[in-house]
Design a protein around this ligand. Sequence first.
Ligand code: OSB
Ligand code: MG
Length: 367
Amino acid sequence: MKIERAVLREIPLRLKEFFEISSGGSQDRRVVLLTLEGEGLEGWSECVAAGDPSYAYETADTAWHVLTDFILPSIIGREADGPEDLLTPVGWIRGHGMAKAAVEMAGWDMAARADGVSLSKKLGGTRSSVPVGVSVGLKPTDEALHEQVAGFIADGYARVKIKIKPGRDVDMLAGLRTRFPDVAFMADANSAYTLADAPRLREMDALQLMMIEQPLRYDDFLQHARLQELIQTSVCLDESIKSEGDTELALELGSCRIINIKPGRVGGLGVSRRIHDMMVAAGLPVWCGGMLESGVGRAHNVALASLPGFTLPGDISASRRYWEQDIVSPEFEVADGEMAVPTGVGIGVEVDVERIEALTTRVATFG
Ligand code: OSB
Ligand code: MG
């Protein structure tokens, strides 16, 4: 495959409501979209870096910088072996996986279109619909939380993830468990605890949570392994897993029993698939996380989640959970806890280019 032209755009997209997690929050998303063109084909992707470095060190601005100053100028006009090989000329760049993933993922969309197949099929997906859950941000009161959770249960989500932090944890979760005895709940701490909190985290064992996600430091493996020995609830790693090497380390140490795979966080769909394969070989489940994506990033996530090892519901919610109006059509919907995997070529949804152009706050073109 050969990239003849690349267009990077940023658009503001306002979430329906403020989304708060222990490490920060946002309502106004800065969505960075990449279009690659070549050989009569195009490919779309979304860079998932947030506006601030609270979840990861990358931001919309660092990704813009690394993409426009280093990556995009280096990949134009070269014959590449496939999506992952697109990044070979910039193999010297350390980190910046979200910026790199944008290129690789647009490359996968292009490669699927070149073959005339869906991205799901191109990746080896085996499911025509995937189980999906919803992630609920921190709320100031239990009343507000219960009301939102009740709404999502009515929408049919297969599990509900609750953001927690010290002071909004065991009692809050116990209240939910009492009110909704049969709902599949899990908790996500976004690194809000230390190993000294193990006794508190162990109290959650009584609440039948599917897992607790990233309780300890964003870059820690050893302490997570120690915690996993002290609690019954499965630990799931999110922030800590940025590569295959991290996965190997987590498996070797026993830092978790589940991994939340986000293609942006690990540097692309190729790495995502290999982490999936490693986990399947270890007999452990994975699921696809989310970064409050627009429909473009969501399409990639749904395709990835159609691989056989993604047995747990993903953070892949309906477009209308996030946006008044998505930038793809048809919008993504949830029915009976499942989301249909698009069957059209490539990402399988139509990108609303006109609306994107009208919203664009900055653009950079290469080639
Ligand atoms: O920790 O999984 C997380 C959103 C932004 C940053 C980090 C996380 C999240 C979510 C939302 O939990 C998942 C989604 O619905 O996209
Ligand atoms: Mg998380």
